[in-house]
Design a protein around this ligand. Structure first.
Ligand SMILES: Cc1cc2nc3c(=O)[nH]c(=O)nc-3n(C[C@H](O)[C@H](O)[C@H](O)COP(=O)(O)O)c2cc1C
Length: 169
């Protein structure tokens, strides 16, 4: 079972998170790849793909993911599992919090992928998000905020990675 992590990151925060998630897998994931330099066909190297995407510019995909978005068309992710982690800012952008996770998931869903790693919305304060599933009770994946404490980040990653380990089989 091959496990890959791929992220897009404009100011480096999602990249940092990708490496923290990689560490939490304790050797069972390959080193994170930046989608900026990873062609779409390399995303098919993995049975399980953990995807990091920040939301930018009022509900838009981060720019490197935006470039890959059209290129994904025509590739099949049938039989593959995908998990998402997102980075956003609910205080400044409460009406577009974590939209990018939802935009990207719906693309992968249309290509046949199965979603794992959904994350409850209950401890977050925001108004609207395109990154929701299950009638708004869950985010598509693990949602981070720029101002989260290190302790909260580490705790959420530990919980989420344990959940992924259960759901990836
Ligand atoms: C101009 C600008 C627009 C943003 N728009 C959103 C947004 O619509 N929704 C959201 O949740 N976060 C938004 N953010 C917050 C970013 O997602 C957050 O800073 C993130 O950590 C950036 O990740 P990166 O460093 O990996 O690019 C925005 C930030 C900036 C500077």
């Amino acid at each position: 079972m091959s496990l890959g992590i791929v992220f897009g990151s404009t100011t480096g925060y999602t990249e940092e998170l990708a490496y923290k998630i990689y560490d939490a897998f304790e050797g069972s994931a390959e080193l994170p790849r930046d989608v900026h330099s990873t062609p779409v066909n390399r995303l098919l190297d993995y049975h399980v793909l953990v995807i990091g995407v920040p939301t930018w510019n009022h509900g838009q995909l981060q720019s490197d993911w935006a470039e890959r978005f059209e290129e994904l068309e025509g590739h099949s992710f049938e039989g593959r599992k995908v998990a998402f982690f997102g980075s956003g800012d609910a205080k400044r952008y409460p009406e577009h919090f974590q939209d990018a996770m939802g935009i990207l998931w719906r693309r992968f869903e249309a290509l046949g992928a199965e979603l794992i790693g959904k994350w409850p919305t209950e401890s977050y304060q925001f108004e609207e998000s395109q990154g929701l599933v299950d009638e708004g009770t869950n985010f598509v994946g693990l949602a981070f905020e720029r101002h989260d404490s290190e302790e909260l980040i580490e705790q959420r990653i530990r919980t989420w990675v344990a959940q992924l380990r259960e759901e990836m089989w």
